[in-house]
Design a protein around this ligand. Structure first.
Ligand code: NA7
Length: 538
């Protein structure tokens, strides 16, 4: 299976998560040669790296799966409403095997450089193994939440206990039994891992900077009747899901939260809270557009926290007040707030007592010292652009992508960035992906890119680039779409505000998947309007 150094391919794909795997499958259908390079030792991307206890998807299993093969969706059997990380990883491996993807994937290989060669419009790819490849088209399938973020806490490297990051969890089984453990971070990952560690640890300190909104997932096993109802109607349901803003089939309230009586409103919230899942914020049409409407949902959750957490002081510390509900990605939990009723769990409020540093034995926050055996960083990701900027991507005239993006990323449709010809990005900045069922967003992007490559091959074109003007227009559309919403009011990773020094730019396209998909199709139908395409013979 060894690939000789300097080997040439039609397409190089970076990353073997869901995006890279499906891209490889589509490229092969075009009869083109392709190679996938993957830093991990196996497929699965996010689901390969995020192996922490409690890791689970917050989109329902029957929807968080590929739709491109009916055979696949009929034969694969999900066991729970929300699949756990091991099950999703098993699914990724199953897909790789079923479509015989493994022979064209090189594992344990991190791409360090991707450099455009103007003479023949090819990309030169270098890896940390010293290997070099070149390809006509390079597809970045590097993921939106794949560059784990370790905060620069003074003394972190002096800590003598074990340190873990949720986004880069070891493959071997980790036990916290008998340990005093600290978890820093209360985003989705923290909220999932905290109840699990609490069950094992001698004592758990949760270091919370900003409280977060989370709703019960109400995960449960899938019964045969439910499974069959999906499998017998997959075609219609997938199509319906694609017509919904997030690509997720769910019950979206059509009324304003302010147009109904307080009683009706509470009943609706109560119904969704009982049903569980992130569909909570779809209860009314204006929860992410109108601050007053949003406050009704936020207050409902705040009241729930007060009933779930026995100690009123702890409850108040857990109540989010700094952002509208849903403006940061809402979490779905299993017994998160209840965990703070345990004797072996202590909430440390970093707003009152910021971490001043780590020492060999533990963490100091304010004037208090917390002796720890293990520290878990659930501190998130350099999202959306992080994995791309980690690679030295150099386009026309020697321009680096990271430099071009130093004040925020610019793309056309999230799939190409002007000045970087023949380089495609799957679910890049300026696409709606992180606000959607990302598997749907991935499928749509992969299909668009493969059709585009097919068009280039058919027309003997060896060069495609986004025009600067079209890119500017698209980025304006992305900004304008966000302006009418409450999203920019949270210091979230959507804006890069979780990373010190990262420019605060709202990166996803909020206009919804159907609108985005329509635009992408129109662009293609009009001969890739906004892109410059050059023929070999020109
Ligand atoms: P998130 O949502 O970015 O959460 C990271 C958490 O870590 C958040 O509570 C942060 O607090 C906290 N954090 C980060 N740096 C520090 C420092 N230096 N000190 C204290 N606390 C810190 O990442 P997740 O992995 O949970 O989830 C990411 C996405 O993955 C999620 O939205 C789902 O889509 C799946 P802060 O809020 O910045 O005060």
């Amino acid at each position: 299976l060894d690939t000789p150094h300097g080997a040439s391919f039609d397409v190089m794909i970076i990353g073997a998560g869901f995006a890279g795997m499906y891209m490889l499958h589509r490229v092969r259908l075009l009869g083109l040669s392709a190679l996938v390079l993957e830093a991990g030792s196996g497929v699965g991307g996010t689901w390969y790296w995020n192996r922490y206890p409690g890791a689970r998807c917050d989109v329902e299993s029957m929807q968080y799966s590929f739709s491109f093969s009916d055979e696949l969706q009929q034969e694969w059997r999900w066991t729970e409403r929300y699949a756990s990380q091991p099950e999703i990883l098993a699914y990724a491996n199953y897909v790789a095997k079923k479509f015989d993807l493994l022979p064209d994937i090189r594992f344990d290989t991190r791409v360090t450089d991707a450099i455009y060669r103007g003479e023949d419009c090819r990309w030169l790819i270098s890896t940390d193994k010293g290997a070099r490849y070149n390809a006509k088209w390079c597809v970045m399938a590097t993921g939106c939440l794949s560059a784990a973020q370790t905060p620069k806490i003074p003394g972190l490297d002096t800590f003598e206990g074990r340190i873990f990051h949720t986004g880069n969890w070891p493959r071997e089984l980790v036990s916290f039994a008998g340990h005093v453990v600290g978890v820093i971070g209360t985003g989705s990952s923290g909220i999932q891992v905290i109840p699990k560690i609490a069950e094992q640890a001698k004592h758990l300190y949760v270091f919370q900077r900003t409280p977060n909104f989370t709703v019960p997932a109400r995960n449960r096993p899938i019964d045969l009747e439910y499974e069959n109802s999906w499998k017998q109607n997959y075609r219609e349901r997938r199509a319906k899901a694609r017509s919904m803003p997030a690509g997720i089939l769910c019950d979206i309230g059509e009324k304003s939260a302010l147009a109904v009586s307080p009683d009706e409103r509470s009943q609706e919230y109560e119904k969704r809270w009982t049903e569980g899942g992130t569909g909570f914020t779809a209860a009314f049409s204006d929860l992410l557009r109108n601050a007053e409407a949003n406050a009704t949902a936020a207050d409902f959750v705040r009241a729930k926290i007060r009933t779930l957490v026995e100690d009123p002081t702890v409850a108040e510390r857990l109540i989010p007040t700094d952002h509208p509900i849903g403006a940061k990605r809402i979490c779905a939990d299993t017994k998160y707030f209840e965990t703070f009723n345990r004797e072996n769990v202590t909430l440390v409020d970093l707003r009152a007592n910021p971490i001043s540093g780590l020492s060999p034995g533990g963490v100091t926050a304010g004037t208090d010292f917390f002796g720890l055996d293990s520290l878990v960083l659930a501190t998130g990701f350099d999202a959306i652009t992080g994995a791309l900027n980690k690679i030295n991507i150099v386009g026309r005239y020697g321009r680096k992508l990271a430099e071009k993006w130093q004040y925020g990323p610019n793309t056309l449709l999230g799939m190409m960035s002007s000045g970087f010809p023949n380089l495609f990005i799957i679910t890049g900045p300026g696409s709606p992906s992180v606000l959607t069922n990302v598997v749907v967003a991935i499928e749509d992007n992969v299909e668009w890119i493969s059709k585009c490559i097919a068009h280039l091959v058919e027309t003997n074109a060896d060069y495609i680039d986004a025009t600067a003007l079209a890119e500017e227009t698209w980025m304006r559309q992305v900004r304008e779409a966000a302006q009418g919403t409450l999203y920019p009011e949270a210091k979230s990773w959507y804006l890069g505000m979780n990373i010190p020094g990262k420019p605060a730019v709202f990166m996803p396209y909020v206009g919804g998947l159907p609108a985005y998909q329509r635009i992408c199709e129109e662009v293609a139908a009009e001969g890739y309007k906004g892109f410059q395409i050059r023929m070999t013979r020109d």
